[in-house]
Design a protein around this ligand. Sequence first.
Ligand SMILES: C[S@@+](CC[C@H](N)C(=O)[O-])C[C@H]1O[C@@H](n2cnc3c(N)ncnc32)[C@H](O)[C@@H]1O
Length: 257
Amino acid sequence: MPPSLDYSPFATTYKDRADYVPAVVDALLRVAGMRQGDLICDIGAGSGHLTEPLLQRGFSVDAVEPTAAMRRLGEQRTHGYPQVRWYDGKGEASGRESDTYALVTFGSSFNLTDRARALAETARVLRESGYFACLWNHRVLEDPLQARIEELIHDRIPGYSYGMRRTDQTDVIVRSGLFETPVALSGTQVFRLPSRAWCDAWASHSTLGQQAGSGFAGLVDEIRDLVRAEAGDWIDVPYTTRAWVARLVRDGKDARR
Ligand SMILES: C[S@@+](CC[C@H](N)C(=O)[O-])C[C@H]1O[C@@H](n2cnc3c(N)ncnc32)[C@H](O)[C@@H]1O
């Protein structure tokens, strides 16, 4: 079972999260052979963290998002772009037309779906030889300050699990029988971010929120205290963006008919 569909409790601070490493977004688009103006379906688009970089690079994007509060933020963030449309829908049932997209992306959202069903739905809406991509941003836990935050989290939540978002996606993609073996991409960049906003964004960390339960707000406060003691107004946070990009198999459309 995917962990949660309703992202409303995490919506307000989500916009403060770090961007995906731009070089990885570029590489993903290159692997998928994308050309200016191609149509992308961005699923679980949330507040537009991936949608906007895709728009900035000249693509048209149909953004699909099941949580109304997140969708509103995404619509606000991208309202200046004429080539975006927002829809209610989810990975397993996007509501989009068949045989339409050159690329379907899941930015930090594939782990929230029933992945086999989301892959089948992706194959349905993709054009012949289209591409699937999923990606996540991972804090580099070896960074000294991040290591201390990890220590705190593991101390407060014994058995804390990173869930599916830090696992290799190759198997589930190949097992679907719908996609070729994915190309795995990764790149690391240090982001200089306002400390306060970075701490606030912990409140949008659904993996932590679900495991911390009623202790979530207290734990976010403890992280805030630690950052206040260790960093100034700005914090340098290294993130690794990891992506898996896979082409629809030659008879992928036929297999589903
Ligand atoms: C961690 S946010 C990622 C938002 C954005 N794509 C990004 O890159 O930052 C995950 C998003 O997936 C959405 N979501 C939850 N369940 C989903 C599902 N079954 N299919 C698609 N999206 C889902 C949530 O509402 C949330 O907006």
